[in-house]
Design a protein around this ligand. Structure first.
Ligand SMILES: Nc1ncnc2c1ncn2[C@@H]1O[C@H](COP(=O)(O)OP(=O)(O)O)[C@@H](O)[C@H]1O
Ligand SMILES: [Mg+2]
Length: 301
């Protein structure tokens, strides 16, 4: 089993418009931890830096500063060569993430071979079918030869999940895994992720803008606003007792299944006045300055 400790992560992008260069801080001193058997939801509106964090965690981007420490159970750091096996990503768009020219079997066989999980062709074939069954794509032998366009969006996302787990990944970064899927099949895919997480004791980062599914599918919620963490805590505490104005706004925007059609006011929260310089930490039961939080993370390390 594998844990991830993200400390004081910063990511700046340089934007060029004509002759001018401006710096955009997409991620601003973010710390978080992923542990086996737990799901942490990273919640925030579009542009808040969620995908940037996901890309840094999966080494598709380098941080400007800060560290990502990935360790096995016994405390040994995961070697660079093993990193991609241990930490895998499920992307938002299941159309874009699968190759239209390759069969479903090929998509899952490839990581098995690259990471030497199987030795012979028969062995690979057997494990591919097992993986398809695990993600409820049955009968597996009729799904395996198909191409991505012959599957529905939900089925394609199940293939993407099977492919992510094929190398034996212990850490799964799911970046808005159901937001492009039909509403009616979202719960099925989230339930699948939940089951796999429990069966394999995966450490999961569930990225979403939807507080309702964050509460249902996560142990912890971390709320991101303009690149900074503004609230964190156990899922129920964050949803039922939001402290930060931004979390309150998100909670109001989330549909309440117990009160359908409820018209919500903005609870007296003025969007313009929301700042991201403080963070409410439900674990500590106190407000913290964003920089203090980062400084503490530094001294811990
Ligand atoms: N490669 C990039 N170059 C420049 N700016 C980027 C790049 N990737 C993301 N950004 C900017 O960083 C901010 C955070 O983006 P992102 O992490 O994709 O947010 P989210 O996933 O929460 O919608 C946005 O303002 C976005 O425009
Ligand atoms: Mg995103």
């Amino acid at each position: 089993m594998t844990s991830v400790k993200v400390t004081d992560l910063v990511k700046d992008y340089t934007l060029r418009t004509g002759l001018k260069r401006t710096r955009l801080r997409a991620v601003d001193h973010v710390s978080l931890e992923l542990t086996p058997g737990r799901t942490v939801a990273l919640v925030g509106e579009s542009g808040s830096g969620k995908s940037t964090i996901a890309k840094i965690l999966t080494r598709m981007e380098r941080p400007t500063s800060g560290t990502v420490d990935v360790r096995l159970d016994d405390g040994t750091p995961v070697a660079n060569g093993d990193y991609r096996r241990e930490v895998q990503m499920v992307f938002q768009d299941p159309f874009a993430s699968l190759n239209p020219f390759h069969s479903i079997e090929h998509h899952i066989a490839r990581p098995l071979k690259i990471h030497r999980r199987t030795r012979t062709a028969e062995d690979t074939r057997r494990v591919v079918l097992e993986m398809l069954e695990r993600v409820n794509l049955t009968p597996a032998d009729t799904i395996a030869p198909r191409r991505p366009h012959e599957l529905s969006g939900g089925q394609r996302q199940r293939v993407a999940i099977a492919r992510a787990l094929a190398p034996g990944a212990q850490v799964l970064i799911a970046d808005e895994p159901v937001s492009m899927l039909d509403v009616s099949i979202r719960l099925g895919v989230l339930n699948l992720l939940g089951r796999l997480q429990r069966e394999d004791q995966l450490a999961v980062l569930y990225i979403t803008h939807d507080l309702a599914t964050a509460r249902h599918f996560s142990d912890e919620i971390t709320v991101l606003y303009r690149g900074r963490v503004v609230e964190r805590g156990p899922a129920d505490a964050v949803i039922l007792d939001p402290h930060h104005d931004y979390t309150k706004l998100l909670a109001l925007a989330a549909p309440d299944p117990e009160r359908p059609g409820r018209v919500t006011s903005e609870a007296g929260v003025d969007r313009e006045s929301i700042d991201n310089s403080t963070c409410y930490d439900h674990f500590a039961g106190e407000w913290r300055e964003a920089d203090v939080q980062a400084a503490e993370a530094r001294t811990d390390a």
